[in-house]
Design a binder for this molecule. Structure first.
Ligand code: S3P
Ligand code: PEP
Length: 419
């Protein structure tokens, strides 16, 4: 391996694609969404609205949504299956809370083990009714929507999914709402609503959405997914001889904590261009192989790199010294327990890594070797293991390659271009 060299474009952003599908469905008129991410999770969001009567056409990199707005949504004929997608489940729960009918939503075994009370509690305060059909606090559940009332909600967890669920319920139900976050989470919903001309304000961590606002269709362009770019940024930083350019990638400050931490560790990273797509900063990243020092994560930066912890842990195995990753309790509620899966996976490859209740401690630098990594069907664990394979002395295999389709369907094709 002579390094990771060249220029790369990553697929569209998963979080923004979900929101584009939702807001286009809630608008009246025709929306063209460019560079939509055709991954399994985002397809679940499109399917859900299609099941409620929204007209959706998929072509190449585009999605065309034709809608008459939420007042014309029809009850789905069957339970809506959201597969593996936490974002779809929680954001859709917000929209369905304002619908004058009942809907059953369900998911796969991973999604059915993830907590839903974080959204059903505020949505119940707004007036929606929920019934858990198998296990308390989990999918499958029935959502009985209806007229909603205003709430001022203080979020107990830093979660963009919870914030967005409440905002989308208020928007769909046309009521006023305010949501206060202790730590700022990704703000794609707020930015996209603003781009639609909706009055939404963020003052000292309190986001306020005014009542009686409606969406009119507006074309959307989705930037490249920073969370997908993170795998290649890591690959270049840890593989000697690398210089990689990643173009047209989203650089929203609430998403790029991983870049900031890498820079702090000593990585050579340049951002050479910035433009704006639907209120989202977009640019080009140039990254080179670098000698790295260990680091510790601050509590406030966790939401800005929450999905990058597995790949950041791999990078830390190549940094000189001890890295302390704490305040990561939320990782236990992802597609799998990502603290456990990351520690087990990297241990299998020879890393010196210790599991803690709220995170992990990693001692670098270690020479990694080959092994068989258990993914627990989590796309981010599978991709982290495959990036590790670029620097291991033997082969790395994962027990499930298919799970990368959740967020990055062409991951293996792009990986093969480098090896
Ligand atoms: O709103 C979103 O699009 C997401 C929010 C985050 O989840 P939480 O809200 O649970 O932190 C993140 O982990 C997930 O991949 C996508
Ligand atoms: C946690 C993730 O997604 P979701 O919550 O939408 O399943 C992820 O993509 O890492």
């Amino acid at each position: 391996m002579n390094g990771i060299n060249g220029t790369l474009i990553v697929p569209g952003d998963k979080s923004i694609s979900h929101r584009a599908a939702i807001l286009a469905s809630l608008s009246t008129g025709k929306t063209v969404i460019d560079n939509f991410l055709f991954s399994e999770d985002c397809l679940r969001t499109l399917d859900a609205f299609q099941e409620m009567g929204v007209q959706i056409t998929k072509r190449n990199q585009q999605v065309i949504v034709e809608s008459e707005g939420p007042s014309k949504f029809l009850p789905a004929k069957n339970a809506i299956d959201l597969g593996n997608s936490g974002t779809t489940a929680r954001l859709l729960a917000g929209v369905l809370s304002a619908m004058p009918f009942s809907t059953v939503i369900k998911g796969d075994s991973s999604l059915s083990s993830r907590p839903m009370k974080r959204v059903t509690e505020p949505l119940s305060m707004m007036g929606a009714k929920f019934k858990f059909l198998q296990r308390d606090g989990h999918l499958p559940m029935t959502i009985e929507g209806g007229r909603l009332k205003q709430i001022d909600y203080e979020m107990p967890v830093a979660s963009a999914q919870v914030k967005s669920a409440v905002l989308l319920a208020a928007l769909t139900g046309q009521v006023h709402v305010s949501v206060t976050e202790q730590t700022k989470s990704r703000d794609h919903t707020e930015r996209m609503l603003e781009a639609y001309g909706i009055h939404i304000e963020d003052k000292n961590g309190t986001i306020t959405l005014r009542e009686n606002q409606v969406l009119h269709a507006k074309n959307i362009e989705v930037p490249g997914d920073f969370s997908s770019a993170a795998y290649w940024i890591a690959a270049a930083v840890i593989t000697p001889g690398s210089e990689l350019t990643i173009e047209h990638v989203g650089l929203n400050p609430t998403r790029i904590g991983f870049l900031n931490v890498l820079k702090r560790m000593g990585a050579s990273i340049e951002i050479i261009e910035k433009l704006d797509a639907m209120n989202e900063p977009v640019g080009t990243i140039i990254v080179r192989y670098s000698t790295l020092n260990a680091t510790s994560l601050e509590i406030d930066e966790i939401p800005t790199l929450i999905d990058e912890i597995p790949i950041l842990a791999l990078v830390a195995t190549q940094a000189e010294g001890t890295s302390h990753f704490h305040h990561l309790e939320e990782l236990r509620f992802k597609e799998t327990d990502r603290i456990k899966a990351t520690v087990l996976g990297l241990e299998e490859l020879g890393a010196d890594i210790q599991m803690k209740d709220d995170g992990m401690v990693i001692q670098g630098r270690t020479r990694l070797h080959g092994g068989v990594v258990k993914t627990f069907h989590d796309h981010r664990i599978a991709m982290t293991a495959m990036i590790a394979s670029l620097i291991t002395s033997g082969d790395v295999t994962v027990d499930d390659q298919d799970c990368v389709k959740i967020s990055y369907p062409n991951f293996f094709e792009q990986l093969n271009e480098f090896i």
